[in-house]
Write a protein that binds this ligand. Structure first.
Ligand SMILES: NC(=O)c1ccc[n+]([C@@H]2O[C@H](COP(=O)([O-])OP(=O)(O)OC[C@H]3O[C@@H](n4cnc5c(N)ncnc54)[C@H](OP(=O)(O)O)[C@@H]3O)[C@@H](O)[C@H]2O)c1
Length: 189
């Protein structure tokens, strides 16, 4: 987020920081990334070699509106009615690199069970999803862009629930901070 807590403007990230993007990519590669429908649409495609969990209350519309994206996926396990949540699963194998990109569409955050996933789960935005998910997160990796930016999507308040445990990087343009949830961090001790 920027100094005035902006994370987005016009459904795009209002800065270009390749070093921060490299950090995001290295952290999330091979893991699970969770994002809201608007963030998925702003990316325009799933993040490769990760399990992409997309949240929307209208899964069928998402698939229909983005037929070009979903049509590239040769395996579709179809919509399953799982514990009162719809889950659609698309998967694509990258033949050259022997890696796999998955898209799972959920219509409810409550039905997303972290225990179903062996890897780390990264909540990747946007505002709505950060706000709903932060209370359940053990760790927060926050890039702070060292300037004020105009925008219409903001990072929610977290300071009362998380404590700063490390400054991972400090550059002239941004810093990366590692916070832990007071309660969830204590549970792990
Ligand atoms: N700076 C950063 O690191 C960063 C990262 C990510 C995103 N962003 C920015 O954030 C902005 C987007 O954020 P946003 O808050 O507007 O949208 P968002 O969180 O990406 O997506 C919101 C959508 O998610 C779905 N949703 C929300 N809660 C749900 C729930 N409990 N169950 C099922 N579906 C749910 C709804 O989709 P339906 O309407 O389809 O039902 C809702 O409209 C963009 O500007 C983007 O560029 C910035």
């Amino acid at each position: 987020m920027s100094l005035n807590r902006v994370i987005g403007a016009g459904n795009a990230i209002p800065w270009h920081l390749p070093e921060d993007f490299k950090w995001f990519k290295a952290s999330t590669m091979g893991n699970v990334v969770v994002m809201g429908r608007k963030t998925f649409e702003s990316l325009g495609k799933p993040l490769p070699n990760r399990k992409n969990l997309i949240l929307t209350r209208h899964p069928q519309s998402l698939i229909k509106d983005h037929a070009a994206i979903f049509g590239q996926y040769h395996e579709w396990r179809g919509g399953q009615y799982l514990k009162r949540a719809y889950q659609f699963h698309f998967t694509k194998m990258d033949k050259d690199k022997d890696q796999q990109t998955d898209i799972l569409i959920f219509n409810s955050l409550d039905k997303l069970n972290p225990e179903e996933f062996p890897n780390d789960i990264f909540i990747c935005g946007g505002s709505q999803i950060y706000e709903q998910s932060l209370p359940r997160c053990s760790d927060l990796y926050l890039t702070v862009v060292k300037r004020e930016v105009a925008g219409d999507a903001f990072f929610p308040p977290f300071e009362d629930k998380f404590k700063l445990i490390a400054e991972l990087r400090d550059t002239p343009e941004f810093k990366i901070l590692h916070y832990q949830h007071h309660n969830l961090a204590a549970e792990q001790d």
